[in-house]
Design a protein around this ligand. Structure first.
Ligand SMILES: C[S@@+](CC[C@H](N)C(=O)[O-])C[C@H]1O[C@@H](n2cnc3c(N)ncnc32)[C@H](O)[C@@H]1O
Length: 374
C-alpha cells in the first residue's frame, strides 16, 4: 500500500509517511496541514454503523483513541474512512496503533498456529491467521473483523458475466492468472497445513474464505514499512490514501477495486523476451543483464507519455541478427547499449516495427468492439 492518505475529499490530505512508523507502533503523521471544514457537514457525533461504533469503543478500551483523538470514522464518497474533526497541522501525530494490535508474521508466530505456519510465505501465514481469527468469537480483533468488507470491488471477485465486459483487456488476463494462483496456493495449503492440522483449524476453511483474506491483504496491508514486509494495522487501514503513483488503472482495479478517471493511470504492459531458441541467446541475455534487464522485460506504456526508458534498446537487442550480429561481439560489450539507443540498421528497425504492429493488431482484435464503435 502506498503511503499517503487523505481524510476526506477535497484538498485535505493526510500523509502517512513511511518513516513515521516506529518500533512502538504505527503513527499517523501529518505532512501537510489538514483543514476540517470539509467534515463540518458530517457532524462529530454521526454514527456510521453499530459495528463501527463498537470498533471505536474497543479502540478506546485499548487506549488507541480517546476523546482527544482529532479524527473519527466517517463515510466519504469512497466509502468508510477517517475524517478530521479539527484543523490538524503539519507533522502532527494523529494517532498511534501499538504493535500488539498489528497483524503480521510475528503475530502469527506467537499464536497457536505459529509452529505449523513457520515455513510458509508471510502472506500465506497471515492469510490463514486472518481466517482463523475471524472465526473465533474470542479473537482480540473481533470488532475489527466486523467492520472489514466481505469483499472489495477487485476484479478477482467479479462474476463471469461481469468479467466478460473486460474481454480483450490485459486486466482480464491478469485477473484470471491471479485467481488461478490464489486457488493453487489454497489447494496446497489445504493439503499441507489445514487438513493435517484439523485440531488447529476446527472450522472448515473454504476457497472463498481464502479469497477474502487475499483481497483484504491486497487492499489494506502495508508493505515496505521499516522491518515490516506485510502488516495489517487496524484503524490505520481505514484511511483513504494516495495509492502508489506508479500503479496503472488495471493494477488499481485488481488490487483495490477502483480506477482513477485520469488517463495518466492508463497503461499497457508490453512484455518482451529474449527467446531461448535465439542463436545469440547467451550474448543477448548478458547484454540485457548488464543493463538492468532480464530474459523477460516488462514495459508500462502510458497514454500520452514518452516510451519507457530501455524499451527501444531492448527491442533492438531482441531483434538483432543477420549482418548486425557483429555488434554482439564481446569487444562492443561496454558500448552496445549506447548503440542500441539509436537505430542499428534498416532491417533491424523494420523487424521491430513489423512485430510491434502485429502484436498491437492481435491485442486489439481481442476486444469485442473497435475504437470507431466505442
Ligand atoms: C485501505 S482501504 C481504504 C479505507 C476503506 N474505505 C475502508 O472501507 O476501510 C482501501 C479500499 O478503500 C476503497 N477506496 C479507496 N480509495 C478509493 C477510491 N478513490 N475510489 C473508490 N474506492 C476507494 C476501496 O474499496 C479499497 O479497496
Amino acid at each position: 500500500m502506498a503511503s499517503v492518505f487523505s481524510a476526506c475529499s477535497g484538498s485535505a490530505v493526510l500523509f502517512h509517511s513511511r518513516n513515521s512508523f516506529s518500533s512502538k507502533g504505527s503513527f499517523l503523521h501529518l505532512k501537510r496541514p489538514l483543514s476540517a471544514n470539509c467534515v463540518a457537514s458530517l457532524g462529530t457525533e454521526v454514527s456510521v454503523s453499530p459495528a463501527v461504533d463498537t470498533f471505536w469503543q474497543w479502540l478506546k478500551e485499548e487506549g488507541v483513541v480517546s476523546g482527544k483523538t482529532p479524527v473519527k470514522p466517517g463515510v466519504v464518497p469512497e466509502g468508510l474512512g477517517l475524517v478530521a474533526l479539527k484543523d490538524i497541522s503539519r507533522n502532527e501525530v494523529v494517532l498511534q496503533v501499538p504493535k500488539r494490535l498489528w497483524i503480521n508474521p510475528d503475530a502469527v508466530a506467537a499464536s497457536e498456529i505459529g509452529k505449523v505456519c513457520s515455513g510458509l510465505k508471510p502472506w500465506l501465514a497471515v492469510a490463514l491467521f486472518l481466517i482463523r481469527e475471524r472465526s473465533r468469537s474470542d479473537s482480540l480483533w473481533k470488532h475489527y473483523f466486523s467492520i472489514l468488507p466481505k469483499e472489495t470491488d477487485s476484479t478477482i471477485y467479479w462474476s463471469e458475466e461481469e468479467l466478460s465486459e473486460l474481454q480483450g483487456t490485459q486486466l482480464l488476463n491478469t485477473t484470471r492468472s491471479v485467481k488461478q494462483y490464489v486457488q493453487n496456493e489454497f489447494r496446497r495449503l489445504e493439503e499441507e497445513i489445514i487438513i493435517p492440522n484439523k485440531k488447529l483449524f476446527p472450522s472448515s476453511i473454504t476457497l472463498d474464505d481464502f479469497f477474502w483474506a487475499f483481497g483484504i491483504l491486497r487492499s489494506r496491508a502495508f508493505s515496505r514499512l521499516r522491518n515490516e514486509n506485510l502488516v495489517v494495522i487496524p484503524l490505520a487501514d481505514l484511511v483513504y490514501i494516495q495509492y502508489d503513483l506508479n500503479k496503472s488503472n488495471a493494477e488499481l482495479a485488481l488490487d483495490y477495486g477502483f480506477i482513477e478517471p485520469n488517463t495518466d493511470r492508463n497503461a499497457y504492459t508490453l512484455t518482451l523476451q529474449i527467446s531461448e531458441s535465439d542463436p545469440f541467446f547467451g550474448d543477448k541475455l548478458d547484454i540485457a543483464e548488464s543493463n538492468g534487464f532480464g530474459e523477460t522485460a516488462y514495459f508500462d506504456i502510458f497514454y500520452n507519455r514518452p516510451l519507457p526508458p530501455g524499451l527501444l534498446p531492448y527491442l533492438r537487442l531482441v531483434a538483432l541478427g543477420g549482418t548486425d550480429a557483429f555488434l554482439l561481439e564481446s569487444i562492443f560489450r561496454n558500448s552496445i547499449w549506447g548503440h542500441l539507443e539509436l537505430p542499428v540498421s534498416r532491417d533491424n528497425e523494420e523487424l521491430i516495427c513489423r512485430v510491434v504492429r502485429e502484436t498491437c493488431k492481435t491485442a486489439l482484435a481481442g476486444y469485442h468492439t473497435t475504437i470507431e464503435e466505442v
